[in-house]
Design a protein around this ligand. Sequence first.
Ligand SMILES: Cc1cc2nc3c(=O)[nH]c(=O)nc-3n(C[C@H](O)[C@H](O)[C@H](O)COP(=O)(O)OP(=O)(O)OC[C@H]3O[C@@H](n4cnc5c(N)ncnc54)[C@H](O)[C@@H]3O)c2cc1C
Length: 546
Amino acid sequence: MVIHLNVPLNKTYDAIVVGAGHNGLTAAAYLAGAGLRTLVLERRDIVGGCCVTEEVAPGCKVSTTSYIASMLRPEVIKDLSLAEHGLRMVPCDPAIQVALPGGRVVPWWADRERAVAEFRKFSPKDAETFVRVDDRLKKLARYLQPFFMEPPPEIDTGSIGGWSDLFRVGKRFRGISSAEISELIAFLTGSLGEFLDRNYESDIIKTLFLANNVYGKHGGPYQPGTALGLLFHLLSGGEHELQGFFGHVMGGMGAITQALAAAGKKRGVEICTSAPVSQILTRHGKACGVALDDGTEIRSRTVLSNADPKRTFLGLLSTSELPSEFVHAIRGIKMDGPCAKVNLVLAEEPRFTGTPAGAAALQRTFYTIVPSLEFAERCYDIAKFGDIPEELWVDCVVSSNADDSLAPEGKHILTCFVQYVPYRLREGTWDQKRELLGDRVVRKIGEYAPNVPGSILARQVLTPLDLERTYGLTEGNIFHGDLTLEQLFFMRPVAGWSQYRTPITGLYLCGAGAHPGGGVTGAPGHNAAQQVLRDWKKGRFKEAAA
Ligand SMILES: Cc1cc2nc3c(=O)[nH]c(=O)nc-3n(C[C@H](O)[C@H](O)[C@H](O)COP(=O)(O)OP(=O)(O)OC[C@H]3O[C@@H](n4cnc5c(N)ncnc54)[C@H](O)[C@@H]3O)c2cc1C
């Protein structure tokens, strides 16, 4: 492979970021803003990682992987002036909409009063419960909110740092009642299904919650830990710090990473695409640069990896350089991905049965096809044993209705997130079964929007294997590691290494595999950069790349 880099090879950088996902770009922009000479190296020919807009047919642009911006941190949007660099988001309204068998479409409006009025149609009791529970959940989510933008505590009572971290955590929970602590623990450990069965009577309302809360999660809705999604989605996002924000990004999700790249470049970040890093270079246990696939070596005082933890520690370093218990813990990270994506270009707008006549374009944009909690649980069970479920859970976004610049006039973009599917198939390979998955997804959509199967002009099926091959996600995991309690907070990526540092001095993890985890948030990138800058000020890297 020949790599054409514009970087002077005798130059030493202060920071090299491996990977131009949105977190790598975020970290780079903060570092360059603080005066560090920063280079980003991306293996693909475009920046953005899983936050990209790509052309899948002439003139037809799709958010090929992530498709809704819900948790992009307001701090990142403001600090990096992303609006000035073209970022514009339109709130999803309805925030969620479920298409049910029998031709019924049920919206969950962004405005709470309107949502409650809708819920009342199915159960006045549930509508009242919703108001009470929503207030409680929002309050609990506010306790967790500050942890998003700072390193988790290192629980170590044998050191001053450990005590000061515990003090920091304690302060965040000042004023919390014992009832709230119990509730918080119940949400962190309980299952969404049981929570809904306990609190709500209408199956339709339960389905709306389901559609809102188990995205990309490894586990059916009755699996312990799934209730956490209820809190996660109430963390504020978007420019105006709205709790529970869901947004369509104008120009597709790639507009986020284009804005981040532009913000970085303005601060002096250099970005090279088609530049796969094959090795992180070390000397005496310290990071001192990287080597590319073609053997080119570039020196740097620090290295930040935006690749997932398995790719970083098991692929870019020799495991002999790392403590064996650390390597063991990294190997044990649970991350086989349960999701796929199917992107369609259509000759006409999908017509979902039950959409009210005269519904505005935004109301004709977002449809989740998942009939019930039981359906979702069964679907997961089938996938768990390595089979592709006949009946799939499909989240459909007609993105061309939110943004008509995505497709030429008359054509439409339908982007579909699919769960649950296995990473490891019991029989055959994903190369053999790719089109079977595509067919099942199209058939399922056809049951709810009968004009879709006959109007497909182009189809892209991204199996978990494709997510791994094309986007560099080990085992196709969209979050760089499952978001389960034992892999969160001070245990992300692994216990003892949650503060972005790694056993190699000067090497940091800055992607979704680090706290607070996956989703397009910018938080791991922001937090990792702050950690590098703290260490930088202490003068830890002066001699590293010399
Ligand atoms: C199908 C799908 C749907 C999703 N839907 C949503 C959604 O709607 N909303 C949401 O908020 N989140 C969603 N997510 C999750 C979200 O997109 C990710 O969690 C998030 O984008 C991860 O960002 P990141 O910057 O940490 O890592 P990534 O985006 O994975 O970026 C890592 C980058 O590192 C590069 N890289 C890896 N190894 C090397 C190397 N050796 N050399 C150079 N470069 C390297 C990769 O090519 C990649 O560009 C979805 C993800 C997927 C896959």
